[in-house]
Design a protein around this ligand. Structure first.
Ligand SMILES: [Zn+2]
Length: 138
């Protein structure tokens, strides 16, 4: 399949970004307060004093939703892996969009995209080497 240079470059960039990502946990992390099952507990009182807030990790295991409470240390340890999973989802989504362009070219009357214009015409890249400013002499 023919792919133009711009899309090839974008695909390579996405692949490189994906390759940099470390461990990634499935599911989602939510923080919430909750009521327990004990009817005489303060969480069922008036006014109710809920337990928490606690962090819960929810994911699917064999098509069943499994929830596990995480302590502060676990949240700290696991958070980067949830962040990584989110990055992977974003990158895969971009890869899907890019790939869809190959098989479903955008319509001729497609709306202009907002704020994605990247003009590579600025020569402002700073060089580490120090050069004397070229001042007009005389
Ligand atoms: Zn309770």
């Amino acid at each position: 399949m023919k792919v133009n240079a711009r899309r090839q470059a974008k695909q390579a960039k996405l692949a490189a970004q994906l390759a940099e990502i470390g461990f990634a946990l499935p599911g989602s992390l939510t923080v919430k307060a909750y009521r327990c099952g004990k009817q005489n507990c303060r969480c069922h009182g008036e006014p109710p004093q809920l337990h928490g807030p606690y962090a819960f990790w929810t994911r699917k295991v064999n098509n069943k939703t499994v929830t596990r409470m995480l302590n502060d240390e676990e949240v700290g340890n696991y958070q980067p892996m949830f962040d990584n999973a989110r990055k992977i989802r974003e990158l895969v989504s971009q890869l899907h969009d890019l790939s869809l362009e190959l098989v479903e070219p955008p319509a001729a009357n497609s709306k202009p995209k907002t704020a994605t214009a990247t003009k590579a015409t600025s020569p402002k890249t700073s060089r580490p080497r120090t050069r004397k400013a070229a001042k007009p002499q005389g």
